[in-house]
Design a protein around this ligand. Structure first.
Ligand code: HEM
Length: 172
């Protein structure tokens, strides 16, 4: 009888078996399928590095997440082909860079994304990025935004939110 009661309690999840510790929560997906492994880090809203816009005007100006993805794809491809800065991107995971950069810009523009990547200082540590490299990447971003048909006022509003990240990205 006792055995039967125990079996029933276990089946109901109230017996001794229910005392078994719950499995630890799964770690965050540091890397998504198709990306190279990265050292564990703590995803944090502050990693975004900028205050997101309110309202939908900026998201509309960039044609939503799809437009942002096109801009990032073009900018990353141009950076990899650019004689002045291509070297910095050699042996880096472009699949991850495209995903996290799209997430970041999309989150800043309030276009419906959460940024899951690293903070800007950790992401650019030891890359040896100089002020001129930063200026060149901004030019390529401007070119990609113009190709997407984003107006200049909206372009400049985004660039103003990215500009303060300079100190975390550029090495002195
Ligand atoms: C405001 C300017 C910039 C922003 C917002 C930005 C954003 C990002 C983001 C979101 C990541 C990925 C973070 C992650 O993997 O968790 C990243 C990585 C990277 N960025 Fe930037 N970036 C900026 C400037 C630059 C510049 C100027 C260069 C070089 C010219 C550059 C080169 C790279 C490279 C090579 C990586 C890959 C590093 C790695 O995987 O270890 N970034 N950046």
């Amino acid at each position: 009888m006792i055995a039967l009661l125990l079996a029933l309690a276990q089946a109901a999840g109230t017996g001794p078996a229910a005392d078994v510790a719950a499995p630890a929560p799964a770690p965050p997906p540091y890397a998504m399928p198709g990306e190279e492994a990265v050292a564990p880090y703590t995803p944090d809203p502050r990693n975004l590095g900028a205050r997101p816009f309110a309202g939908q005007a900026m998201a509309r100006a960039f044609h939503g997440r799809a437009g942002i993805e096109r801009i990032v794809t073009r900018m990353v491809a141009d950076a990899r082909a650019d004689p002045a800065i291509s070297e910095i991107f050699v042996n880096q995971d472009m699949v991850r860079l495209r995903r996290t950069l799209t997430e970041q810009i999309c989150a800043i523009l309030n276009a419906g994304c959460t940024y899951s990547g690293r903070d800007m200082a950790s992401a650019h540590k030891d890359l040896g990025i100089r002020r001129a490299d930063m200026n060149r990447l901004v030019e390529l971003l401007q070119h990609a935004m113009t190709a997407e048909g984003v107006g200049f006022a909206a372009q400049n509003r985004l660039l103003a939110r990215l500009a303060p990240m300079h100190d975390e990205v550029v090495e002195r």
